[in-house]
Design a protein around this ligand. Structure first.
Ligand code: RNT
Ligand code: ZN
Length: 415
C-alpha cells in the first residue's frame, strides 16, 4: 500500500473523504496580488510608498517593469497549486506612450488589456482590481477621498469611477465578476480636531463613485477595506471598521477584512461568521501582522488555519473572496509569493480534511470532552502525505525552492 493510501485510510477512520477535499479545494479561487513582485511600486515611476504602508528590505532582483513582472509571475505561478486569479492595482497600468501624459483619473481598460492577455495565457480564472489611492502627489496632506480640498477629492473620485469602468471590462473579459477593493490611506498622525468631517466627505466620495452609472454590478463586486491605524497615521483612520461595515451594509456592497488591520488581539477568523449572517459576499486580504500591520508572508499557522476552517466548514467558498496581501522585500520575492500561496492552499486543504460535521455535532451536544479529544486527534493525522499528493496531482512538488533559486541565479541576480 502506498503512503497515500495508508494515509487516506487513517482519514477514512474519522469519516473524512480526502478525494472530495481535493476536489473542493482545487476549485476555490485565490486572488494572488501582483504587488509582492515589485514592493508595491507599480509602473508609474514612484520610488517609495507612503500612507501607512511600507515594504522593508532590499533584496536584489526586484521586477522593474511589466516585462520583468510578467516573467516573475510566469515563473512562480507555475509552482503554485490551485485555481488562481491575478489581483492588480491601478498603478500597474501599462501606459505605453501615455506614460507621463495622463493621470489616474484618465486610465481606461486599454491600459490593462495587456494584463488580460497575459492572464489568459496563464489560464487564470480572472483579474481583480484595486484603485490606487496612495503613492501619488495628489494625496494631499495624507488625504484622498476625504480631503477638504475639493480639487483633490474630485481627482480621486474620478479615479474611483475609472476603476469601476475598467473592472467592468475585466469582469466581461473573463465572464466572471471582477472584485474591486477600495482602500484609502487617509488618516492623521496626531489627535484630530474633527473626526466627523473627513468621514462625511469619505461617505460622499464613495457615494459618487458607487452611484456612478458607468459600471455594471453584473460584472463587478465592490468591497471596502477598513484599517485601525498606519505608520505615520497613528491617531485616526478615516475608514475604520465601523465606518465601512455600516457603509457596505447600507450600500449593498461588501466588506473586505485584512487580517492585519485590527487590534493585535482581535482575529479575523472570529469575524467571518458574523459577516456571513448579513452579506452575500465578504472579501479577505490574507496577510500576517507581526506586532503591527507588517504584511509578512503568510505561513501555515494557527490563525490562517482558523480562517480557512471558517470558510470551509461554513460552506462559504462561494461567498468569501480570498485575496492575498503581503509584501516582503527582504527575501527572494518569488519565494515569498510562492510560500504564501502554498500556505493558503495548505490551510484550505487542512480545513477540508477535518471531521467538521462531527465536531459541530459534538459542540451542539455539549460533548466538550470528546470535542477536545477529537480536535487534538485530528491534528496528528498524516496531513503532509495528503498535501504532497495534492501537489503531485497538479504536477507539482514540495520543493519549489530549487527552481526559484535557479531563477534567482540566472535571471534575478542579473537585474
Ligand atoms: C494597506 C492595505 C492595502 C494595501 C494594498 C497594496 O494597509 O492593506 O490593501 O496593502 O492595496
Ligand atoms: Zn490589505
Amino acid at each position: 500500500m502506498s503512503m497515500f493510501d495508508e494515509a487516506k485510510k487513517k482519514y477514512q477512520e474519522l469519516g473524512i473523504d480526502v478525494e472530495a477535499a481535493f476536489e473542493k479545494v482545487s476549485k476555490i479561487p485565490v486572488s494572488v496580488h501582483c504587488w509582492q513582485g515589485d514592493d508595491v511600486l507599480g509602473f508609474e515611476g514612484v520610488e517609495s510608498l507612503e500612507g501607512g504602508i511600507q515594504t522593508t528590505g532590499n533584496y536584489p532582483g526586484r521586477a522593474r517593469n511589466f516585462e520583468e513582472l510578467k516573467a516573475d509571475i510566469r515563473k512562480c505561478f507555475a509552482l503554485m497549486p490551485g485555481k488562481k486569479r491575478l489581483n492588480l492595482h491601478a498603478s500597474y497600468a501599462v501606459l505605453g506612450e501615455d506614460l507621463g501624459k495622463i493621470d489616474r483619473d484618465q486610465y481606461t481598460f486599454k491600459h490593462f488589456k495587456p494584463w488580460v492577455d497575459f492572464a489568459k495565457e496563464l489560464g487564470l480564472d480572472g483579474i481583480d482590481f484595486n484603485p490606487t489611492f496612495f503613492a501619488h502627489k495628489k494625496v494631499k496632506d495624507g488625504l484622498s477621498l476625504s480631503s477638504p480640498d475639493e480639487e483633490t477629492r474630485k481627482f480621486w473620485i474620478e479615479h474611483g469611477k475609472r476603476s469601476l469602468e475598467i473592472a467592468t471590462e475585466l469582469g466581461k473579459a473573463f465572464g466572471k465578476p471582477c472584485f474591486v477593493n477600495i482602500w484609502i490611506p487617509d488618516g492623521l498622525k496626531d489627535i484630530p480636531a474633527d473626526r466627523l468631517g473627513p468621514r462625511m466627505r469619505l461617505k460622499d466620495s464613495l457615494d459618487q463613485i458607487i452611484d456612478h452609472p458607468g459600471w455594471d454590478r453584473k460584472h463587478v463586486i465592490v468591497g471596502v477595506e477598513s484599517k485601525v491605524f498606519g505608520i505615520g497615521v497613528e491617531s485616526y483612520t478615516v475608514g475604520n471598521s465601523e465606518f465601512y461595515q455600516n457603509y457596505a451594509a447600507k450600500k449593498g456592497i461588501c466588506c473586505l477584512m485584512d487580517t492585519g488591520h485590527y487590534h493585535p488581539t482581535e482575529v479575523v477568523s472570529d469575524k467571518i461568521s458574523s459577516l456571513l449572517c448579513f452579506y452575500d459576499h465578504l472579501a479577505l486580504h490574507v496577510s500576517r501582522p507581526v506586532r503591527w500591520d507588517s504584511d509578512h508572508v503568510i505561513i501555515f499557522e494557527d490563525e490562517l488555519r482558523e480562517v480557512a476552517k471558517e470558510i470551509i466548514r461554513n460552506h462559504a467558498e462561494d461567498k468569501v473572496i480570498i485575496g492575498l496581501d503581503y509584501f516582503d522585500a527582504s527575501i527572494n520575492r518569488l519565494v515569498a509569493w510562492t510560500t504564501g500561496v502554498h500556505s493558503m492552499q495548505k490551510s484550505l486543504l487542512y480545513a477540508a480534511t477535518l471531521p467538521n460535521e462531527e465536531l459541530k455535532k459534538l459542540q451542539d451536544e455539549a460533548n466538550f470532552s470528546k470535542l477536545l479529544y477529537l480536535q487534538e486527534r485530528a491534528k496528528m493525522l498524516p496531513f503532509s502525505v495528503i498535501w504532497e499528493e495534492y501537489l503531485k496531482r497538479q504536477g507539482l512538488e514540495v520543493d519549489y525552492y530549487t527552481p526559484l533559486k535557479q531563477y534567482e541565479d540566472e535571471v534575478l541576480s542579473k537585474r
